[in-house]
Ligand binder design. Structure first.
Ligand code: AP5
Ligand code: ZN
Length: 218
């Protein structure tokens, strides 16, 4: 199965991606995580991308498409994949279409801006795995037990309030048009048309997980 997870910054894409990849046994392809790995490793791409990410802007479509096209040729992508935070411009969506890289479903997680600001300030991330927590809403505890996981957690540099506001603006201007792009395509049907699934992203993490997994036919 091939899935796109669409939603604003802090909508819960990374959190839900963790569940979807386990359930359907498909790899999570997060362009944000890939860029953060470049930043951590100090590559030329990482140095360039960090400036853009810290300002809340978008990295160029060519760089992103180059990374994704290589990633999906890897053996673990044979039975599908989950795009998290990609595509996020019409140009990226068009490039997928032009490359005949179709998906079975687009899942939109819809969360209002006010909620996003609350979530970002409490987010903590395990950089090596991309696992994401929230100090209040989703604390780092071992499943079905009260123990803290003890893994090293960081706060993302782009979670400062002014950067979050810039990211929200970029989302509304450049990524939100993808909602109409994919929902219209789903309604029209035809070759390569995905299913369009919209989920209200406010509520418990598990409740949202169940809605998504059920809608995807799990
Ligand atoms: P990216 O890493 O993709 O960031 P984003 O889209 O802004 O999304 P986030 O990762 O911030 O949020 P999320 O939706 O994953 O939410 P999460 O699950 O963590 O991109 C970062 C940057 O890289 C971009 O700004 C851009 O510069 C660049 N980039 C990446 N991809 C690109 C592309 N394709 N093209 C160009 N540039 C690109 O949850 C957030 C918090 O809320 C957590 O603390 C979580 O625990 C909590 N939470 C989750 N669910 C709930 C819930 N139901 N209730 C309460 N709290 C919740
Ligand atoms: Zn994320």
């Amino acid at each position: 199965m091939r899935v796109i997870l669409l939603g604003g910054p802090g909508a819960g894409k990374g959190t839900q991606a963790g569940f979807i990849k386990e359930h359907f046994q498909i790899p999570q392809i997060s362009t944000g995580d890939m860029l953060r790995a470049h930043v951590k490793n100090g590559t030329a791409l990482g140095l360039e991308a960090k400036k853009i990410m810290d300002a809340g802007g978008l990295v160029s479509d060519d760089i992103i498409m180059g990374m994704v096209k290589v990633r999906i040729t890897e053996p673990d992508c044979q039975n599908g994949f989950l795009f998290d935070g990609f595509p996020r411009t019409l140009a990226q969506a068009d490039a997928l279409k032009a490359g005949q890289i179709t998906v079975d479903a687009v899942v939109e997680i819809d969360v209002p801006d006010e909620e996003i600001i609350k979530r970002m300030s409490g987010r903590r991330v395990h950089l090596a795995s991309g696992r994401t927590y929230h100090v209040v809403f989703n604390p780092p505890r071992v499943a079905n037990c009260d123990d803290v996981t003890g893994e090293p957690l960081i706060q993302r540099d782009d979670d400062r309030e002014d950067t979050v506001k810039a990211r929200l603006k970029v989302y509304h201007d450049q990524t939100e048009p993808l909602i109409a792009y994919y929902s219209n395509w789903a309604n029209e049907g035809g070759a390569g048309a995905p299913r369009y699934i919209k989920v209200h992203g406010i509520g418990g993490v598990d409740e949202i997980r169940n809605q998504i997994i059920t809608a995807l036919g799990g």
